[in-house]
Design a protein around this ligand. Sequence first.
Ligand code: NAD
Ligand code: TYD
Length: 346
Amino acid sequence: MITGGAGFIGSHVVRLFVKKYPEYFIANLDALTYAGNLENLRDVENEANYRFEKGDITDEARINELFDQYQFDAVVHLAAESHVDRSILDPLAFVRTNVLGTASLLNACSKHWAGDINRKLFYHVSTDEVYGSLGKEGFFTERTPYDPRSPYSASKASSDHFVMAYHHTYGLPVVLSNCSNNYGSHHFPEKLIPLMINNIKNHKPLPVYGKGENVRDWLWVEDHARAIDTIFHNGKNGEKYNIGGFNEWKNIDIVHLLCNIMDKKLGRAKDESAKLITFVKDRPGHDLRYAIDASKLNKELGWEPSLQFEEGLEKTVDWYLQNEDWVKHVTSGDYQKYYEDQYAKR
Ligand code: NAD
Ligand code: TYD
């Protein structure tokens, strides 16, 4: 079972596993919230080793039904509420899905796998945001103490603790990974990079929080999917692995880079799109800097990122320019309302 497979990262993981492992049967459990979109999986939806199952990870009866039906021997868990700004507007939705949902899945695994725990695995996909915020120096390692500071990161930190608690208390075989910010195709345009691409294209203001000095460590989403594949197959039971691109950027520099790339692609005058940059009120509790030390994953399991950021950003821009219908579909309705609420006050 892969949970959250209709979302941004989940759809890349589903695609990779369905295509690379025809001998696996993969059920994708997803509630199809505003962030889940089956259009993300058009190219695999008819594969013989794949099935979509609509359902909520907090719905224990539904999870038990699926376990009875499929006899899962592994769960790769990505379903989550994933956007920090939404967590500030509605923290309890994050507690519900990220904490209660994860605990419900863990419960189902330990119940259905009781007495036959060998060759089973619960893989929990988490974030570097559980470690809190760095100053100008240093990196997050697997030993960095948890210090979450937003409702999103607090809910993910809590889910990580539940995963380890089920491992220690009930002997559940688990692996866990904490990844830095992802970018690439099929990314919902409420997050920095796709939002800026969409707004540049439509000549809309580019809302940069605060002074744009915050730093994130960006990873190509397909490299994250490859890391999940590596850890799923070769990670050690009970271990956690940091995943990152060794690729730190200030937000304002990314926005300028995107403006330059898009001015060229759209045939605009040099520096035309940068005029859209608008500094807006900062995010409350805005973490200053994230930076991942991914050397454990590199040394122990041989994974490394494959793509340079500038090349990845160009590919990402191309994908958005070639997939205008996708953007139109996901930005209609609910998203419009969120966008107006979120940015009207800034
Ligand atoms: P996303 O918001 O794009 O997708 C989340 C998916 O989960 C959607 O398909 C949604 O429909 C589904 N979902 C939400 N609530 C659900 C519920 N209650 N029951 C079933 N399905 C539900 O998120 P993403 O960016 O693809 O992130 C996937 C995972 O990776 C998350 O666990 C996130 O914390 C983690 N992560 C994300 C990033 C990033 O940069 N996006 C970085 C590190 C880790
Ligand atoms: P985001 O993509 O929401 O990811 P996260 O907060 O999980 O790192 O934001 C990335 C950075 O971009 C973060 O420092 C907040 C900033 N940001 C803006 O400046 N403007 C925006 O409109 C958004 C969505 C984010």
